[in-house]
Design a binder for this molecule. Structure first.
Ligand code: ZN
Length: 477
């Protein structure tokens, strides 16, 4: 035993001597002692502030739903620009042309099913999908064919689908979402919402209904974007509440089910709109930029509180806290309220194009767009070599429980074009287990935003933004 201990001791001594001799110059520090102290002050100030909550409440309640091209979206641009100016930011509006789709009347009534009392109908809760064409004004009546997948659709073929209305009955996997895989659960469901109509049309279907791509258990339909492939007949399409999709599936097993479907949305000419961009100029490297952002547009059924008024409000809070504490970042902190995330992504496309020559100067990009649930840390898209750079940041956030770092290929849709160009990208790792209970439904209202959890997310954004803006070294990219 003794011999072994002794040899270990000798080895360690030699190794230590060797490492001391061979050691490179001391690792350059990542953050100054002053910055680390400031991160704690930023965190405390953000946790105690109700600024972000007041902003999201204004966006949701005073302005309301903000679908691209709507008067509310235009009002939100003016409002956020004015609020950013109040914070002393250099504000500019980046012009974009956005789709202008407006929801019309939408009704679904079952007019034939097993056991139907004569002269009655069964109401079906549904919502047109963004971009859908209309039915004739008087609606269409046809038999519903229920399919579980694209493969099943193809198997049925034209013979069984021609002149019918298809219901894609793919269930949102709530268990998957609740176990932490909310992104994957949503992705699986969205495939049908986005592409259902385009897949059904070539078989002669008259319309496509899609089971809601969300986990609402309150008979709410989940709207969202869809797209028609080139060269395919555009057929009307709507999301059906989970409960009504269950009903149709139940009845269709017993015999023919017919629906009278009326959808009267309109696609108006593209409308001028804007990304709102506010810079807090850096003191040492003003040309290097750290973006902190959320998207200003929202779906029209709810009031865009969790998606994504909370993200915009938390991003604005970063500038507010730095102003309140009189802290000037070394790099520029750029607050962006993106336009048209929901049905086109024209805002992020325009920004990436306008700044194409300037990507190297984009030091980092942060986006919050997965609700405002309690944050558990950060999501990062970039080089693994950058991970050790975040330890002091997660240390600063440890006391609020936000210490994890999850790596993903992309952290959000508005930062995705920047991520693709090598810009290190971040999002708060917000608890989104129950986000899809409300997301894109009429229940996306301010009561779904927990003021404490929102302040915690705002704290993550503010601490992360300031730390990155003051980082003493370049981030590996
Ligand atoms: Zn969103």
């Amino acid at each position: 035993m003794k011999t072994i201990s002794l040899s270990i001791l000798i080895f360690l001594t030699v190794f230590r001597a060797y490492s001391q001799q061979a050691a490179p110059a001391p690792t350059p520090e990542l953050y100054s002692a002053q910055t680390l102290t400031d991160l704690k002050s930023i965190q405390q100030a953000a946790l105690q502030s109700d600024y972000a909550y007041k902003q999201v409440a204004y966006l949701a309640n005073n302005i309301g739903p903000r679908l691209s091209g709507s008067p509310q979206a235009a009002r939100a641009v003016e409002y956020v620009a004015a609020e950013m100016r109040k914070l002393g930011l250099e504000v500019r509006l980046e012009k974009i042309m956005v789709p202008h789709w407006v929801r019309g009347e939408e009704r679904g009534e079952l007019t034939q099913f097993e056991g139907m009392a004569p002269g009655t109908v069964q109401k079906i809760v549904l919502a047109a999908l963004g971009g859908s064409v209309a039915t004739p004004k008087e609606g269409i009546t046809a038999e519903i064919v229920v399919v579980g997948s694209f493969a099943e659709l193809a198997q049925l073929g034209k013979e069984k689908l021609n002149g019918r209305i298809v219901l894609f009955n793919n269930r949102f996997n709530r268990e998957m979402a609740v176990s932490g895989q909310w992104g994957a659960a949503y992705g699986q469901a969205v495939a049908y919402r986005f592409a259902g109509a385009g897949a059904a049309a070539p078989f002669g279907a008259l319309a496509a209904l899609v089971r809601s791509a969300g986990s609402s258990e309150n008979r709410l339909a989940h709207t969202g974007a869809m797209g028609y492939p080139d060269g395919v007949t555009k057929i009307p399409t709507a999301a059906v509440s989970n409960e009504d999709a269950d009903l149709i599936e139940y009845l269709a097993k017993q015999g023919p089910v017919k629906i009278h479907l009326t959808l009267t949305p309109q696609t108006l000419p593209d409308t001028e709109s804007y990304n709102v961009i506010g810079d807090l100029k850096g003191s040492e490297k003003p040309d290097e930029v750290v973006i902190v952002s959320g998207h200003l547009d929202s779906w029209d059924l709810g009031r865009g509180a969790i998606d994504d008024g909370s993200g915009v409000a938390a991003a604005m809070q970063t500038a507010n806290i730095l102003k309140q504490l009189n802290l000037r970042p070394k790099r520029t902190v750029r607050v962006i309220a993106w336009m048209n995330e929901e049905n086109g992504g024209r805002g992020n496309t325009a920004y990436a194009a306008d700044e194409a020559a300037n990507m190297a100067k984009h030091f980092a990009a942060i986006e919050m767009d997965l609700g405002a649930g309690h944050p558990l840390g950060l999501v990062f898209a970039g080089k693994d070599e950058a991970l050790p750079f975040f330890n002091p940041i997660t240390n600063a956030l440890l006391s609020q429980g936000a210490f994890q770092v999850l790596t993903q290929a992309s952290v959000g849709s508005d930062t995705a074009p920047l991520t693709a160009k090598g810009v290190p990208s971040f999002a708060p790792l917000s608890d989104a287990r129950f986000y899809f209970d409300y997301h894109h439904t009429a229940a996306d209202t301010i009561d779904k935003v927990d003021p404490k959890a929102l302040a915690e997310n705002a704290s993550v954004l503010a601490v992360l933004s300031y730390a990155l803006a003051n980082l003493q070294q370049p981030l590996p990219r």
